[in-house]
Design a protein around this ligand. Structure first.
Ligand code: APR
Length: 236
């Protein structure tokens, strides 16, 4: 721990599971009840925008009923107290890391609370008002061009250059609550190791990529992440 200055943390759906947000894979996962091709591709949106909007409207409505859990709060505490570089990269489109107070945060797969106008290219926040996706873009007033600001299958995640740079410079890479089934995020551990970082996984169960990590801790994020954060901060 003495030589750790730069930390990159990757989170997935598992970090929000104890808040009551559904994960994607597994028996109660979102992809058990929906076909990815029907709701999470640009082709699906072109074919049936109402179905796609409904899927994300329901998930956005669910956000109002959930709260950050002990894992989100511990990561926000680490963000505020860590004197070195730190980047929290989340695959989650919920706003629980934001609400817990994490500042050095990237949403690589987009955000439920954001809409993207395909006419003017601007993003608008649902938190700014009562915007629905069917009326005009609040920035350019054109109708019919707003889409959920979600990175769909077949699309490039956001901020990849910044993430790759952080991975190349980090001393510690920690992956929390992700199945390691979706690239490029699933490959971050290999990049970080390639550049010499220590690597730690926290997950309920061994994931597809567990063997890539120096250390794996199995259990609930809400219990293990606060302990890990205290461990890290005890070395500051
Ligand atoms: N604590 C820790 N880990 C947990 C918990 C918990 N309480 N509950 C579940 N998990 C773990 C599961 O064991 C699983 O490995 O979280 C992981 C969730 O995996 P997925 O449902 O596949 O979610 P994620 O890895 O975030 O998915 C990646 O896939 O569909 C796309 O764009 C979507 O961002 C998403 C991406």
């Amino acid at each position: 721990m003495r030589d750790i200055h730069n930390i990159v943390i990757l989170t997935g759906a598992g970090v929000s599971a104890e808040s009551g947000v559904a994960t994607f894979r597994g028996p109660d996962g979102l992809w058990e009840g929906h076909r990815v091709e029907d709701v999470a591709t640009p082709e699906a949106f072109a074919r049936d925008p109402d179905l796609v909007q409904k899927f994300y409207d329901e998930r956005r409505a669910k956000l109002k009923t959930v709260e950050p859990n002990a894992a989100h709060q511990a990561l926000a505490k680490l963000d505020q107290a860590w004197p070195g570089d730190l980047l929290l990269v989340t695959q989650n489109v919920d706003d629980l890391h934001d609400r817990a107070g994490s500042q050095r945060l990237l949403h690589m797969h987009g955000e439920l609370n954001s809409a993207w106008c395909l006419a003017c290219g601007e993003r608008s926040s649902f938190l700014d008002g009562q915007m629905a996706l069917d009326p005009a873009c609040p920035k350019c007033d054109q109708f019919g061009f707003l889409r959920p600001d979600i990175v769909w299958f077949g699309e490039m995640p956001y901020e990849m250059e910044r993430i790759e740079l952080a991975l190349a410079q980090c001393d510690l890479f920690v992956s929390i609550g992700t199945s390691g089934a979706v690239y490029p995020a699933a490959g971050f551990v290999q990049s970080a190791r390639h550049y010499g970082a220590q690597t730690l996984e926290i997950n309920l169960y061994p994931s597809e990529g567990s063997f890539h990590f120096h250390e794996s801790r199995m259990g609930k994020a809400g219990e293990l992440v606060p302990d890990w954060v205290e461990e890290v901060l005890s070395h500051v």
